[in-house]
Design a protein around this ligand. Structure first.
Ligand code: HEC
Length: 192
């Protein structure tokens, strides 16, 4: 009979610990101000997030930075340690497990240049020597130099230029870059 009580106590304890650990504690570590946060997602950013998913960028890039002193993330300049608030914005969350390339949690502040991102997506090696990141040429259109006079082509290094042609980003490239630039660890309205 005594052992039944122990069993019952054990069952209740397991549920209680699980409840505290999985629901109550996580709720306490999320800053309450986050409820009111407006992330300022534009149409472009939301579309870009979907293209990031579609193109499988997650297979090589994580979005989760380890705390200082725990691995080399801080020394690599990838930003502060990730916090719960960082993952409230767009779903699915793209934490990733592979780091063939750098973590992108804070890429928007590390590399804010639209032109750099465009050239890098079209041909990573044009801006990052010997890069093993695949190019994404289907996000761009190659047209005659004289076509679309109101659209400027990418300023590619000599070796990647196509004579008589210019490379212009499609809307999808614009969306993806808008999403990349939105990736920074500043949660709006919660700067401290
Ligand atoms: C096969 C692995 C692989 C895939 C897939 C991949 N990348 Fe990369 N990426 C890399 C590597 C390696 C680097 C570092 C070299 C460089 O800058 O090109 C990198 C660098 C980057 C950088 C610059 C990071 C920095 O800190 O300077 C950005 C931005 C980026 N990738 C975005 C993307 C996006 C967006 C996609 C999907 C469209 C993508 N990557 C897909 C491997 C990959």
């Amino acid at each position: 009979m005594v052992r039944n009580w122990i069993l019952l106590f054990g069952i209740i304890a397991v549920f209680a610990i699980a409840m505290v650990g999985l629901t109550i504690l996580p709720k306490l570590v999320v800053d309450p101000r986050v409820e009111a946060v407006d992330y300022g997602n534009t149409f472009e950013i939301v579309q870009g997030h979907a293209i990031y998913v579609r193109e499988g960028c997650i297979y090589c890039h994580s979005m989760q930075v380890r705390p200082e002193g725990f691995g080399a993330d801080f020394e690599r300049g990838w930003g502060r340690a990730s916090e719960a608030e960082d993952y409230r914005n767009l779903t699915p969350h793209l934490l990733g497990t592979m780091r063939t390339g750098p973590d992108l949690s804070n890429i928007g502040s590390r590399q804010p240049s639209v032109d750099w991102h465009m050239i890098h997506l079209y041909q990573p090696r044009a801006v990052s020597e010997g890069s093993i990141m695949p190019p994404y040429p289907w996000l761009f259109e190659v047209v005659n130099e004289t076509a679309r006079p109101n659209r400027e082509g990418l300023s590619l290094p000599e070796e990647y230029r196509i004579p008589g042609k210019k490379v212009i980003p499609t809307d999808e490239a614009r969306y993806l870059v808008a999403f990349l630039l939105s990736l920074n660890q500043q949660v709006p309205g919660m700067e401290d």
